[in-house]
Write a protein that binds this ligand. Structure first.
Ligand SMILES: [Mg+2]
Length: 374
């Protein structure tokens, strides 16, 4: 009877332990611009104990990539103390690409690019601006920015052995020109374009969102739009496809794999013995959050784990708008705003659950999981 008693106690003990985790999107779920969404505060009160510790594993997954995750964690500190280990930016999976860390890498985007690259583990990042300084003859679109005296270029052998696209840059013509130069010369920009440059140097890209919503009435260009330009210029010039060594940020599998890894690491750290079986991905964007979670769930099919998509109505998705979901109509018109390398599948944009806000999402999940925290 002692054994069964122990087993009983164990069961009671485990009941208050989570066998699931949350992947929260940030923009449109917890905040809108700089303004916190009221439901987020209510939701977080349910997610922590009186000591402020999380009762379940939680990861914040954003496609933003123009700052360090520590800064993103600080931005959320009005809600509660979040450690930077819980925040995943679109570029976070680059930490795993250790084979590129030691080598020179050309980085494109805006914000503190060198800090971000170094924080991720890259030892020799070089920005488009620095490359432009070293190769002043290459950037010729803007007549006012051309060198007005003939400058001699500094000889720098093999400036780059891979290209990392962090996010949309400014002055697109400069970035497009220099990235194409690097790819077509196998890392010797300034040299003549070579025939031997295909397959080209590895390109790793973060955040392929075509557009995003800001204060303006209609959506704004996102990094995905920049990538469309780069892909098409490359194809037009060479006749060949630009290939990505890796695409990360939602909806890519890589991002969900990394988020799952962080969730499991939290559970381990807290000594929660229940295996984590379900990931609940809460987001406001059908094309990124719902598509990504459903795609990952397909990938998990062979395993014991699953990923469930929960759509909230506090952000991009508006239940009252007719164009809220990429509908059958848009498929008929052949309009697909996802990335070139992701195919459209109507089943992938159907959320498992639709709830008003993040607070309702937490209630729903606790109920589905029969979760009663101690
Ligand atoms: Mg969002």
């Amino acid at each position: 009877w002692i054994i069964s008693d122990v087993a009983f106690l164990k069961r009671v003990q485990l009941r208050g332990l989570p066998s699931f985790g949350f992947l929260f999107d940030i923009d449109g779920v917890l905040v809108r611009g700089r303004t916190p969404i009221p439901a987020a505060r209510a939701a977080f009160r349910k997610l922590v104990n009186p000591q402020g510790q999380f009762l379940v594993p939680v990861v914040f997954v954003t496609n933003a990539g123009d700052c360090l995750r520590q800064k993103k964690a600080e931005q959320l500190s009005h809600l509660l103390g979040i450690s930077q280990d819980q925040v995943m930016m679109s570029h976070s999976p680059l930490r795993m690409f250790k084979r590129y860390h030691e080598k020179c890498v050309l980085v494109s985007g805006q914000g503190p690019l060198l800090d971000i690259a170094q924080d991720l583990g890259f030892c020799q990042p070089i920005t488009i601006d620095t490359l432009r300084e070293k190769r002043p003859l290459l950037d010729a679109v803007d007549h006012d920015r051309r060198p007005n005296v003939l400058v001699s270029e500094i000889f720098v052998p093999n400036l780059s052995v891979s290209v990392v696209l962090f996010g949309e840059p400014v002055r697109w013509e400069t970035s497009l020109q220099l990235i194409i130069d690097v790819l077509l010369t196998s890392g010797y920009p300034g040299n003549p374009y070579g025939q031997e440059s295909y397959p080209h140097l590895p390109v790793l890209a973060c955040n392929m969102d075509l557009m995003w919503v800001a204060e303006a009435q209609s959506p704004r260009f996102g990094h995905g739009t920049f990538m469309v330009c780069l892909e098409n210029i490359y194809k037009k010039i060479t006749g060949k496809d630009l290939k990505y060594e890796a695409l990360m940020g939602k909806p890519s599998r890589l991002t969900y794999q990394y988020a799952e890894h962080l969730i499991r690491a939290q559970a381990l750290q807290r000594s929660w013995e229940q295996p984590i079986q379900t990931l609940y991905a809460v987001g406001d964007n059908v094309m990124t959050d719902v598509y990504g979670a459903n795609l990952y769930n397909r990938y998990l099919q062979e395993t014991a784990a699953r990923c469930s998509s929960v759509l909230v109505c506090t952000g991009v998705y508006d239940p009252h708008s007719e164009v809220a979901l990429p509908s059958r109509d848009s498929i008929a018109q052949n309009v697909f705003h996802g990335h070139r390398d992701f195919s459209f599948d109507p089943a992938l944009v159907e959320p498992d659950h639709i709830v008003p806000d993040v607070d309702a999402a937490v209630d729903l999940v606790f109920q589905l999981e029969n979760f009663a925290p101690h």
